[in-house]
Ligand binder design. Structure first.
Ligand code: CP
Length: 356
């Protein structure tokens, strides 16, 4: 099925459909799957905090009959003694059958996949990608709306640093007729590479700074938290926080069929009285995430793809990625790798684009 899950771009629409279908089957008949990973071990390596992703991976594996190992604070592991990512992954891939990893550096999961003997799942890499959140989101949309195409999708909040936003736009831009309404401040717009993907996909997108104006036409509203941990200072964060708050007054502008999603955690961007509105599906979304991860683990362990060596194309015209948060700038032994497109080079780890 899949060697690794680093970026959902590597998953064909057919394979994505198979994961969604299996997640729905497991949700309907969980008893049928309770032994299917018996004897298998999932390692959850969380170098960054998490509630939903880590615990839904752990419960997913337990509900499939498997076991889990791992850490939720790298300072309680030998990372605190200076062990690098390569050595940690080499060791854990000798203990576990599959690894789910979250890391603050962009491209870290890709880097881990170079050294692992078992499948790596990207559970979030810095502000870059969060593909299993996107699986969660598409399973939610499929169950709550019944389709993934011809949707008017509003995304609001921190569109620059929100990795869930980047992964979701990339995936939903593959489905016909989807339109994206991007609501953010000028400083927190989606990165250029995401706009390039949208342009190439042919999907319509517009950028706005006012949520109320966007509300009436939306089929889906994907609210996001301002990512405090990605700002250079508290002062910079405070300039952006509290700008967008979905409350019942704004919600009254939305369609009755609107679905409100949020990857969670929420801070103040959705007021708690919205929780009681049937259009708010973000708590259900977190449960769909467990079924999505059960389907993913099941397929990666029971229908493995032929193991392939991950190869990175090299381009010697630059010797380092200029994204300071790229994993290659933290772990110096990593081979640099860039994809060449015209006068731009794209880092194969973090997708940062540089002019040659
Ligand atoms: N949605 C999400 O990634 O939540 P956690 O940070 O709690 O895992």
């Amino acid at each position: 099925m899949l060697n690794n899950l680093i970026d959902l771009e590597e998953v064909s629409t057919d394979k994505l459909g198979a994961i969604i279908e299996l997640a729905c089957k497991i949700k309907a008949n969980p008893e049928d799957y309770k032994e299917c990973c018996r004897g298998k071990i999932l390692a959850t390596l969380f170098y960054e905090p998490s509630t939903r992703t880590q615990m839904s991976f752990q419960t997913a594996m337990m509900r499939l009959g498997g076991n889990t190992i791992g850490f939720d604070n790298p300072m309680n592991s030998s990372v605190a003694k200076g062990e690098n990512l390569k050595d940690t992954i080499k060791i854990i891939s000798g203990y576990a059958d599959i690894i789910a990893m979250r890391h603050p550096a962009e491209g870290a999961a890709k880097a881990a996949s170079l050294f692992s003997d078992v499948p790596i799942i990207n559970a979030g890499d810095g502000g870059h990608l969060h593909p299993t959140q996107t699986l969660t989101d598409v399973v939610t949309l499929y169950n709550e709306i019944g389709r993934l195409d011809h949707l008017k999708i509003g995304l609001c909040g921190d569109l620059k640093n929100g990795r869930t936003v980047h992964s979701l736009i990339k995936t939903m831009s593959h489905f016909e007729g989807n339109e994206f309404i991007l609501v953010s401040t000028r400083d927190l717009k989606v990165p250029g590479y995401i706009k390039s993907i949208l342009k190439a996909s042919g999907c319509r997108y517009t950028e706005h700074d006012n949520l109320s104006d966007a509300m009436p036409t939306l089929d889906v509203l994907y609210m996001t938290r301002i990512q405090r941990e990605r700002f250079s200072s508290e002062e910079e964060y405070l300039k952006q926080s509290g700008v967008y708050v979905l409350d019942t007054k704004k919600l009254s502008l939305g369609k009755q069929s609107l679905k409100i999603l949020h990857p969670l955690p929420r801070v103040d961007e959705i007021s708690s009285d919205v929780d009681n509105d049937p259009r708010a599906v973000y708590f259900k979304q977190a449960v769909y995430g467990m079924y999505a991860r059960m389907a993913l683990i099941y397929l990666m362990l029971n229908a493995p793809a032929e193991k392939k060596q991950v190869k990175l194309p090299a381009d010697n015209r630059v010797n380092r990625c200029d994204n300071p948060n790229c994993i290659t700038n933290r772990e110096s032994y990593l081979p640099r790798a860039f994809k060449n497109s015209g006068d731009m080079l794209t880092c194969m780890y973090c997708d940062n684009r540089m002019l040659i």
